[in-house]
Design a protein around this ligand. Structure first.
Ligand code: C2E
Ligand code: MG
Ligand code: MG
Ligand code: MG
Length: 277
């Protein structure tokens, strides 16, 4: 973060880029208000077993119903929220929402888990794991049903620290997943140290997989490595039956993607829950 580098990159900004940057900054300063005024929404995308097609749970994805901008996607505010640190507000809100939903599912859908995305900012806070453990205990929800996702590249920001924090979360009973796997340069030695139980193969490897023999060999190796480490392997971004069938043939365990369902909210989520059980 040297001033020199910041000044240098600033000089290369076009006016349009600078306008976009300021626009993002005003958006992010609205984020505190968004949390306070309930403008955030938790959407859920189903995860389906490739063995029998049954749902195993869902991933929680944040959406921002902005009063002027309409529905803002996480790609447009999560990176900036991470830079400013406001992302921890989003994480806390999503965790509360996930726990509340898991409480309401206690009777109707006791087998379904919800996965919440963590940011590296959360992993930098030594108080995060004990606070979350306390919140989960107070909610009465089985911690096994609250899964936590961390991206492979996020883990590699500070590998030693990440290992310690993941162990604290795991000790509190929450299962952990590595998100966007294949894009973050982690080593096998490092992976073996992580107390994770799921590997989520990044959707860039899934797109067009059925027609790409070289990628198939790569994905097969990832799946076998995951199984060798005793991990459940999930494929992200599955959009076509051909991609699904290829993943199944390669031994992948779980799929997530538009083919199964888009992320859902409100009545559509209720309808899916009714039909899936
Ligand atoms: P992710 O955790 O890898 O989530 C999967 C993303 O892929 C979601 O995008 C989802 O809508 C999208 N997706 C699912 N199936 C398909 C498909 O078949 N095809 C394609 N093309 N895309 C598919 P979304 O919701 O826009 O979220 C983008 C990213 O933003 C997430 O990637 C995650 O890294 C981040 N994010 C979302 N919610 C949160 C959150 O609450 N906290 C944090 N820290 N990050 C979040
Ligand atoms: Mg994720
Ligand atoms: Mg991902
Ligand atoms: Mg495609």
């Amino acid at each position: 973060h040297s001033a020199k580098r910041a000044a240098g990159s600033f000089a290369w900004y076009s006016e349009a880029q600078e306008a976009a940057r300021l626009d993002h900054l005003s958006l992010v300063s609205d984020l505190r208000v968004a949390v306070a005024q309930s403008q955030l929404q938790m959407w859920l995308q189903p995860k389906l077993s490739l063995r029998d097609g049954r749902p195993v749970g869902a991933e929680a994805l944040v959406r921002w119903a902005h009063p002027e901008r309409g529905m803002v996607s996480p790609a447009d505010f999560v990176p900036f929220a991470e830079q400013t640190g406001y992302i921890t507000l989003v994480t806390d809100w999503m965790l509360a929402e996930a726990l509340r939903t898991l409480q309401t599912w206690q009777r109707s859908h006791p087998d379904l888990s919800i996965a919440v995305n963590l940011s590296t900012r959360d992993l930098q806070d030594p108080g995060f794991a004990p606070r979350l453990a306390q919140r989960v205990a107070a909610s009465g929800v089985d911690p096994q049903r609250l899964r936590l996702e961390i991206t492979e590249s996020g883990l590699m920001d500070d590998p030693a620290k990440s290992v310690a924090l993941l162990h604290a979360l795991r000790a509190a009973g929450m299962p952990l997943s590595i998100d966007d796997f294949g894009t973050g340069y982690s080593s096998l030695a490092y992976l073996q140290k992580l107390p994770v139980s799921e590997l989520k193969i990044d959707r860039s490897f899934v797109d067009g997989l059925d027609a790409a023999p070289a990628t198939q060999r790569l994905v097969k190796a990832m799946i076998e490595m995951g199984h060798g480490l005793n991990l459940m392997v999930t494929a992200e971004g599955v959009e076509t039956p051909a991609e699904r069938d290829t993943l199944k043939a390669l031994g992948c365990d779980v799929m997530q993607g538009y083919l199964g369902s888009r992320p859902l909210h409100g009545e559509k989520l209720d309808a899916w829950l009714l039909s899936s059980t």
